[in-house]
Design a protein around this ligand. Structure first.
Ligand SMILES: CC(=O)SCCNC(=O)CCNC(=O)[C@H](O)C(C)(C)COP(=O)(O)OP(=O)(O)OC[C@H]1O[C@@H](n2cnc3c(N)ncnc32)[C@H](O)[C@@H]1OP(=O)(O)O
Length: 432
């Protein structure tokens, strides 16, 4: 059974109640939960998700059966996929619009018919044709998305910090942290995040859902009354960081603070928030599931072994859709010239490219078949690996050692590495 014979792909827009298409969009939202093996999403929760999707300008993509079948509701999509566009910080404060993909599900009774491939092909091609130079996603399984040209570009880890004796950090305290009503973060969190996003290479602008998490509005039944919030104020009294967290409960051993969200507009606010979390009574551990791999907090501690790293994993997978645009947009830390041969199984962005960097700015030229043939490449790699090294979070030397980058001129991978070096450790603060 081929995808094209039996199914059709439709794009649906999230809309407000009463508007045309509301029922179809609600059904789509419930189908996403069903696809993630959670069939019980209530109408109320789906309606809340709709409000957030409207704010994020998300497009819902559904695959539907063309003909009715016994025991099957033809109004239900057999597969879901969503995409929306937000800015990716590509270093030096520069932003690049990215196609973000999420909510990918194919019903268990329709799997391995090429439905994911059809949705992915349609969306990536459309984004590329509309001038979007990169796409990004986070994955449920590591073995699926490389075939579509995505490579791991940022990583994260879970940490458990031993706060039984407080946290002894190098910095002198200059600001102050105050507990605030969690609802205050609904307005404040996006403002502080915007500042953090502007200075963090690898950061992707956040979906609406984060302000709901930070303000304790994403509990199973709506409100999450266990969320406790604190805001950092600078020496001038300006709010420049926040932490939302939950208490594990008296019966847990050891008693923990579980971080829901932690964002700071600058390094001082970040460290002082940690110092505050470490000072909270009746707790001896702080757990953060979404911690950066390279964390200034750990370097600021008198004893770095207080941080136990429990799970390191891939986070953002990046897919270059337009090599010329993506590489012209970046700033570079070293000058030089490289000819790069890029393979792309999907036929979206491959080719031979000349990257010439002077004074940190690149001139990127796609070499035509005629001119390319006479210009030998310095490096060859797959589009997925180009996505991995693009932000500077994965070193070309690692991919050279892994056999994923092939060097035709000695030192070419090292030059690419110097060119792409980020100004601070690459990290993405936002899942989607
Ligand atoms: C970005 C996100 O949203 S991540 C969340 C992903 N969703 C889930 O994990 C929910 C549960 N799983 C599913 O819904 C489905 O099984 C999906 C979406 C993972 C795959 O959908 P399908 O329609 O079965 O995939 P499709 O038939 O198009 O397969 C495309 C290719 O991926 C491969 N593939 C699909 N699923 C997997 C897998 N779990 N592991 C390894 N390879 C896979 C197929 O073999 C095929 O390879 P090929 O084209 O190179 O021969």
């Amino acid at each position: 059974m081929a995808f094209t014979d039996d199914f059709e792909l439709r794009r649906i827009h999230p809309v407000a109640p009463g508007e045309a298409g509301y029922e179809a969009a609600m059904t789509w939202l419930k189908a996403v939960s069903y696809g993630f093996h959670n069939p019980g999403r209530s109408t109320e929760r789906a309606a809340e998700a709709m409000v957030r999707s409207i704010a994020d300008r998300t497009e819902f993509i559904g695959v539907y059966r063309k003909a009715a079948q016994p025991g099957f509701d033809i109004g239900w999509p057999v597969a879901t996929f969503e995409s929306f566009r937000k800015d990716l910080n590509i270093g030096s404060g520069r932003m690049l619009r990215a196609e973000l993909i999420s909510a990918v599900t194919v019903r268990s009774d329709h799997r391995r018919l090429g439905i994911l491939r059809a949705m992915m092909q349609d969306d990536l091609r459309r984004a590329r044709d509309e001038g979007i130079a990169v796409a990004a996603l986070t994955v449920s399984e590591g073995s699926i998305y490389r075939r579509f040209g995505f490579g791991v570009a940022t990583q994260e880890r879970s940490i458990t910090v031993d706060s039984s004796k407080g946290l002894d950090l190098v910095r002198q305290t200059t600001g102050v942290v105050r507990n605030v009503p969690r609802q205050d973060l609904f307005e404040l969190a996006p403002k502080i995040f915007a500042e953090a996003h502007a200075r963090q290479p690898g950061s992707i602008d956040r979906t609406e859902s984060y302000r709901y998490y930070a303000a304790g509005k994403m509990g199973k039944d709506g409100e999450d009354k266990d969320v406790i919030s604190a805001v950092h104020y600078s020496a001038n009294g300006v709010p420049d960081g926040y932490a939302s967290y939950k208490y594990s409960g008296w019966d847990e051993t050891p008693r923990r603070l579980d971080i829901v969200d932690l964002v700071a507009a600058d390094d001082v606010a970040y460290l002082e928030l940690w110092q505050f979390l470490g000072s909270v009574d009746l707790t001896t551990r702080i757990v953060w599931e979404d911690a950066p791999l390279v964390d200034p907090m750990q370097w600021a501690l008198a004893d770095p072994r207080l941080v136990e790293s429990t799970r390191q994993r891939d986070m953002i997978w990046l897919r270059i859709l337009d090599v010329r645009r993506a590489f012209a947009a970046r700033e570079y830390q070293a000058d030089g010239r490289l000819v790069i041969e890029v393979a792309d199984q999907m036929g979206l962005a491959g080719g031979r490219f000349e990257l010439e960097v002077r004074a940190g700015q690149a001139n990127v030229t796609e070499l035509s078949d005629e001119s390319g043939a006479s210009t030998e490449p310095d490096l060859s790699l797959d589009i997925a690996d180009l996505g991995s090294v693009y932000l500077g979070g994965v070193l070309p030397s690692s991919l050279l050692a892994a056999g994923r980058i092939v060097e035709h001129r000695a030192g070419a991978a090292r030059l690419l590495q110097l060119m792409l070096a980020p100004e601070r450790a690459v990290h993405c603060l936002s899942h989607f």
